[in-house]
Each structure stands twice: as C-alpha cells, then as structure tokens.
Design a protein around this ligand. Structure first.
Ligand code: AMP
Ligand code: GLY
Length: 418
C-alpha cells in the first residue's frame, strides 16, 4: 500500500521511517516534509492545511492511508474533511481533537468522568484570574487554553510570576486567541512520563512509555520548549504504575470520549505525573509526542503498515516491542525557544556512526549540505542494551562533531541514570 504522512518535523520523520521499514508499504509520501526526509519518502509541495490539494493527491495516486502528525491540521478538521470525501485517514476529528486543542475541554471531561488530574479553574478575565491566584498562592500553574506549541504553560513558583503570566496571556494576548482563556491549576510534584496509545473505535493499543525533557537547559532549567530530548523505557516507572494508569486514565478517557459523542481515533497521548496519590494527567495530546515518537516508534518490532491496516480494519493484532533502550537528543538552533537563529550549517551527518539514528526536524538543504531551518533541528538517537550505553553512544558521537550555531542538553536521561 501507499501511505501519506502529514507534517514536517522530527516526529513525522520517525513515522515516515517506520512506514518505510514496513513490508506492506510500497511507497511513502510526506506533505510537506523537510529536505532531510528525502531519502526516506517523496516530499510533496503541499502544506498540512491545504486539505483540498491533499485529498486530490490521495485520490489521484491511490493512497490507502493518510497519517496525521501534528495538531494544527487535526484542530482545523483534516479528518472530518477526508472522511467526508470517503478517504481513509488516521487521526481524531476536529471535535475529538479538542482533548488537546482546549485545555478546558480536557479538564471538564476529566472532572465529569473522575479521571485523576489537578484541581483547576478557568478564566477569561484578568482580575478574576489574579484574585484566584492570590487566594490559592504559589506554586501554581497557568496555562493558555488553546494550542501554543508546548510553550503556553507557566509553572509559577512565586505569586508574581503567576500574576505576570495571566497579564501576558489574557491581558497582552501573548498567544493570541489561544490565551484569551486560561486554565489555572494546582501544582503537582512527581515523576513525569508520556504514555501514548493507538486508538480506533474503542480499540486501544498502548505503547511503551517515554520521558521528555521540556526545559531548554541542563538540570531542567530554562524556559519550556517543545521537548529537548527523550528516552524509553523509563525504568523508575514500574509496570504496575503503567498498568494502573492504563486502567484509571487511558481506558476511562477513551470510553468518556465515546460517551460524549466525540469518539477518538488516533494517537491518544497522556502526559502523566506520578504523585503520592498515583498517576494524574498533566495534559492530553491528540497526536504523537515530539520528541517521544523518535524514541518510541523505533522500539516497535511489529510491521507498522500491517499494524495500521489491522487497527483500521478492527482486526486483532499482537503489537510487539524491542527490549532495546533508546536515548534521543535534540539539536536546537541557538536562541530556541524564544528567538531562533536559522541558517547555521550542520556538520556532515553522514559521519555519525552507522548504529545511530537521526531524524530531521527543521533542516533545509543548501548547495548539498544541511542548514538549520527551525527551532528544533535534528534528533540524534542511539539504541542499545541499556539506557546508560545508549546515552554514552549519543554523546560520544555528538562530541566528535562541531555544532556552531546550535545547542543541546548534555543530560538527556539523567532522571533514570543518576
Ligand atoms: P504541558 O504543556 O501541559 O505538558 O505542560 C508543560 C510542562 O509544565 C509539563 O511537562 C510539566 O513539567 C509542567 N506542568 C504542567 N502542569 C503542571 C502541574 N499542574 N503541576 C506541575 N507541573 C506542571
Ligand atoms: N513532547 C511533548 C509534546 O509533544 O507535546
């Protein structure tokens, strides 16, 4: 079968790679993709929000399945559009994608169905929000209601930070419409992990878990980013904890979505935190995590094309995973996440040891070599028999190359390894 992947980041490169390695997939297209994916797929000059052009391409080229990577086309209704055209697509409808696109929607759903999460209130008025913050005290968490590329969350350790965040978001519309409404929630403490599942018509296939590193700098300092690196498995989160999260969070959420008339198809990403009261939901996403995908999908040993076909056809499937452990480090452009500097030259990536994987996120080819063309530029990952070994392999390889104009964290995996 031929497949089309929508999106252009490192996550989409990992999805493309997984399809490329499938016996049942003859051709992989990606729209729009990026220059670094050209060896793995045919990149189309169609953007993720050009639904009509995408659907025409799918129809004219006999594409069997379209797989949506990022949240924006989902929130804009790509799945509704394709389904109305009778085309097979994997992702949630616009209504179901609200579980990510509106934090207040997700919070209300969790409250109604007793799915564990932090206490919260929703505000559209600056003064009401500030009064609430003064009443609750710090630490406290302020979140833009809508999509903000992973940057719309302020974990305020002081009252002033929280008050400023509200002023920025509602008052100064820092994220435009996305922050005209904010969710203010209780600060939770514990170990975070990302638990993603393939979901379709009530079928749930959970994946192995991963841990992201959201802060820009070593030791989890600096601003929140889309994610600076990830690893899988997460050895300090036990199988029992995962099983409990499956039963108390994943299954009830999928059932709740169905009961609400917004049945979920796609990747349900649960961002969880293990507190003294058990796992609680920090956020839901309606798509694969980035960079988690780049360390989770390569661990899948089942044929991805066969699995996706079985899932869509609602046939049982034994989904299998490798015991090998993966550490993936994001190379970001200087200035990320606030003021990204584009255009710096990357070193020759063909010099990376052959046992490492790398995924292109924001690169462009200029006269035969790659330059940075986004905030997160590439992710370099090693798969080994232990996280420690994988971490060593990645950092040894990175240390051997020049990264002028870029930076990366030196401590991806530290929570598991120290
Ligand atoms: P989010 O985009 O909702 O995943 O939030 C980004 C990051 O902010 C999370 O990965 C957490 O580290 C942190 N965070 C979000 N909500 C909370 C909370 N209620 N308590 C503590 N930390 C949080
Ligand atoms: N890495 C977190 C996310 O994809 O939202």
């Amino acid at each position: 079968m031929k497949v089309l992947v929508i999106g252009s980041g490192g996550r989409e490169h990992a999805i493309v790679r997984q399809f490329k390695n499938s016996q049942s997939v003859t051709e992989v297209y990606v729209a729009p993709g990026n220059d670094g994916m050209k060896h793995d797929a045919t990149c189309l000059a169609i953007k993720a929000l050009e639904f009509e052009k995408l659907a025409s391409f799918v129809r004219e080229n006999g594409i069997s399945l379209t797989f949506v990577g990022p949240e924006q086309p989902l929130a804009a209704g790509i799945v509704d559009y394709f389904e109305a055209e009778g085309l097979r697509i994997f992702g949630p409808t616009k209504a179901a994608a609200q579980i990510e696109g509106s934090k207040s929607f997700a919070k209300e759903l969790m409250k109604k169905y007793d799915i564990p999460t932090s206490d919260y209130e929703t505000f559209t008025d600056v003064n009401d929000a500030k009064d609430y913050i003064r009443k609750m005290g710090a630490p406290i968490v302020v979140k833009a209601d809508g999509l903000a590329a992973g940057k719309g969350v302020i974990v305020a350790m002081t009252l002033q930070e929280a008050l400023d965040a509200v002023e920025d978001m509602i008052g100064n519309q820092k994220f435009g419409d996305s922050s005209s409404r904010v969710v203010i929630e209780e600060f939770l403490e514990g170990e975070e992990f990302s638990y993603m599942s393939f979901v379709h018509n009530g079928q749930i296939y959970p994946m192995v878990i991963a841990q992201d590193h959201k802060r820009a700098f070593d030791g989890d300092r600096g601003p929140n980013t889309g994610g600076m690196g990830a690893y899988s498995p997460v050895p300090h989160i036990s199988e029992d904890v995962i099983k409990q999260a499956y039963n108390t969070i994943v299954v009830p959420t999928v059932e709740a979505m169905t009961k609400e008339g917004t049945s979920f198809t796609g990747i349900l990403y649960a961002g969880l935190i293990l507190t003294s009261e058990g796992s609680k939901v920090i956020e839901f996403n309606a798509r694969f995590g980035d960079p988690e995908t780049q360390v989770v999908l390569p661990r899948m040993t089942s044929d991805f094309g066969d699995f996706m076909t079985s899932l869509m056809d609602e046939q049982p499937f034994e989904l299998e995973w490798s015991n090998k452990e993966i550490v993936g480090v994001v190379i970001a452009a200087n200035g990320y996440p606030e003021h990204v500097e584009k255009g710096a030259s990357l070193p020759d990536l063909t010099k990376l040891p052959a046992n490492l994987h790398f995924f292109h996120a924001g690169t462009k080819e200029v006269k035969g070599h790659f330059v940075g063309n986004g905030g997160r530029v590439i992710l370099v990952a090693a798969q080994a028999s232990s996280l420690k070994e994988a971490q060593q392999q990645v950092y040894d390889a990175l240390a051997d190359m020049k990264w002028d104009g870029f930076f990366y964290r030196y401590d991806i995996g530290w929570r598991a390894l120290t």
